[in-house]
Design a protein around this ligand. Sequence first.
Ligand SMILES: Nc1nc2c(c(=O)[nH]1)N[C@H]1C(S)=C(S)[C@@H](COP(=O)(O)OP(=O)(O)OC[C@H]3O[C@@H](n4cnc5c(=O)[nH]c(N)nc54)[C@H](O)[C@@H]3O)O[C@H]1N2
Ligand SMILES: Nc1nc2c(c(=O)[nH]1)N[C@H]1C(S)=C(S)[C@@H](COP(=O)(O)OP(=O)(O)OC[C@H]3O[C@@H](n4cnc5c(=O)[nH]c(N)nc54)[C@H](O)[C@@H]3O)O[C@H]1N2
Ligand code: SF4
Ligand SMILES: [Mo]
Length: 731
Amino acid sequence: MKRREFLKISAALGAAGTMPTLLGGCAAKPLPGSGVVTTSPTICNMCFWQCAGTLYQEDGRPWKVVGHPDDPHCDGRLCTRGTGGIGAYLDPDRLRQPLLRVGKGGDQQFRAVSWEEAFDHIAQRMQAIAERHGKDRLALFSHGDGGNHFHRMLQAFGSHAYAHPSFAQCRGPRATAFALTYGESVGSPDRTDMGNSRCIVLIGSHIGENLHNSQVQSLARALDNGATLITVDPRFSVAASKSAHWLPIRPGTDIALLLAWMNVLINERLYDQDYVALHCNGFEQLVRHVQPFNPEWAYLETGIEPAKIRETARAMADAAPAALVHPGRHVTWYGDDTQRCRAIAILNALLGSWGRPGGFYSQEKVDLPEYPAPKPDKPATDWKAVLQPDFPLVGTGISNRLVERSVGADAFFKGWFVYATNLPMTLPGARDQIAAAAQSLDLVVVVDTMPAEITGFADVVLPECTYLERFDELRNKPERTPTLALRMPAFEPRYQSRPAWWMAKGIADRLGLGHYFPWQDLSEVLDWQLRQVGSSLDEMQKKGVKRFPRKGPIYFEPGRPIRFKTPSGKIELYSSLLADNGQDPLPRYTPPDRPPEGFFHLNYGRAPAHTFGRTINNPQLFELMPENAVWVHPSAAAWLDIASGDYVALENPNGRRSNRVRVRVTERIRPDSVFLVHGFGHTDGRQRLARNVGADDADLMHNVKIDPIAGSTGMRASFVTLKRVGKGELT
Ligand SMILES: Nc1nc2c(c(=O)[nH]1)N[C@H]1C(S)=C(S)[C@@H](COP(=O)(O)OP(=O)(O)OC[C@H]3O[C@@H](n4cnc5c(=O)[nH]c(N)nc54)[C@H](O)[C@@H]3O)O[C@H]1N2
Ligand SMILES: Nc1nc2c(c(=O)[nH]1)N[C@H]1C(S)=C(S)[C@@H](COP(=O)(O)OP(=O)(O)OC[C@H]3O[C@@H](n4cnc5c(=O)[nH]c(N)nc54)[C@H](O)[C@@H]3O)O[C@H]1N2
Ligand code: SF4
Ligand SMILES: [Mo]
């Protein structure tokens, strides 16, 4: 496909008009927009890119949601999933009222209760836990802003431990590696200046299937401007199909390639010598370190021809400093992930791209004061030092570790709050461990919009209203131009559902901690904050998005030294902190495990129509992609005697089997690997569209590799084989 078509893809994906719609539109009905139309600002919550948009209603009924033209996250267009937001609101399988478990054990029997009864139950159990074990024995797992309200309530209570799976199952190694190298991380939205790049290198990073909105648009812009795209991916991804160079690497060998690229840049003196001299520390050690790792050595590990390695290294150097080795996002792959991310960070330093146009820019956010409310006391003990002492370089909770510390009678944790994260499909191969934790915990509270698998482990299920029915905190992300955006309710909450802030405040009230939430409605907090920066809720309800002036420059000033927030004040090619902590101070390559006879690497990724498992049951998006398929190379298919359209079950070496899934035979995958889109294979029967369709990759993961620096879960070292299943058989 040509570049133009890439633009067409993103345009088509962004167009609300192309969506099949729940809302009718057949000939007998009046034309959309001919009734009384009202609009309100929102921020999409179909993924975590947080695009600002506008919700249109017609005669009080939902019509469409479109991107905000002035928003840097979306540039006026929502992606496929974003246009399906109304489906989340209308989903008939939504949680409708608070539920309380009846009976014990793994018995999934719930009864609907009032909010009063749910809050009383939670408060009583929390107090009982505090009396028997201590106030610090509750953990919060969360993904998304609403979690902050529960965080505040739990901190006020005395429980500070929290974890976001978007660290240890996603960005953790990247955040850790960039902080070690540059003293700061890449941020979200990522601070990549792709629109101005002349050469972009993607290691994995399947942008185009990974539909982070403005990022896809800036890649398309770069390609239109003639940028060279180099994609390193064992699979022929959408990005690979737009690339000047596709490097179909042997899975798990990226560090070997990265070291060889450094070897070429250094030995051919193609690196940015002035930049390195001015900003970097440890160059001599790096020079010595990379000498053995020439392209001929890397070829044996990666399967990438030496000439190709040299050619692509030179292409980067030609474009530098507008040459960007993308840091990736979901980087928890093989357990040596912090080392791989460090190699990426170092390569960027050699190209001089950090702080330069076409590389990485510096981000700013709005200086937004916090609402005046009492601050919870600092924790009496350092919970990270107690729970994860072996990961001293990690400044946040490690979700898999917190789960481990919740299993058994003598476990540290006695209660969980789980906000908007579906742990059984999110933590690799952890379903049995989560079940064991739920058995031993005295309280599991799950806050969700849908009957996700995690709700089956809850003692109390609290139904949150969808993002179209609530205020949330103002969006104030670090970005190119400081910007605020507002999410406000377009509709009254359906059924008994309520927003997170209302629940956290209600529980705090029951615990005698109501003074930590000294307001009646979150809108008061937003209005107060907005007034401190010269705006108001009234103004934002009309505008939706407001930009503010930057304070500092967006790129480094040429030739001017910078003080980086690392121990040496320089970019640390050689990491003193890693050396001090007994880790490799320069990236080390570890050959990955290879599949046993008859097994394949289990590869996984995204598809444009869905976000993980959270959108599968969405009626609008389900229609676009109702199930996943397992990608199999023709030679493997011939060996297995299977064809496209056949149903198989995936089985890991421990005998764990997936739900049945259709085969897709394609040359786009290597013969040693199979590929699944993550998020399918829901088992909760209450999601009536999503249940039992497709296969779940998370449940098949058996060889989870813990990163010794970030504590994160390497999820790409698992293997599966394929077993034929008969028609109608659900396994
Ligand atoms: N549509 C959609 N978009 C999304 C999301 C979504 O759910 N749906 N989720 C968002 C989130 S939270 C994240 S973190 C990002 C994740 O998206 P990315 O950060 O892009 O994820 P990756 O794991 O880098 O990319 C997956 C690619 O890695 C390739 N790969 C597998 N093994 C290897 C290997 O050993 N080496 C190399 N070089 N490549 C390999 C796979 O073939 C696949 O093409 O996507 C975001 N965007
Ligand atoms: N096997 C495997 N595991 C993975 C990944 C993978 O590709 N494969 N990807 C990893 C990555 S990159 C990430 S970031 C994590 C993400 O993992 P999670 O953060 O767990 O994301 P989801 O699976 O979408 O779960 C989100 C839950 O939030 C609920 N939800 C949706 N909207 C709302 C809302 O407005 N309020 C509330 N209260 N709940 C809501 C959904 O119903 C769903 O149950 O998963 C990681 N785990
Ligand atoms: S990238 Fe798509 S799903 Fe994510 S916030 Fe933006 S429009 Fe919504
Ligand atoms: Mo992620």
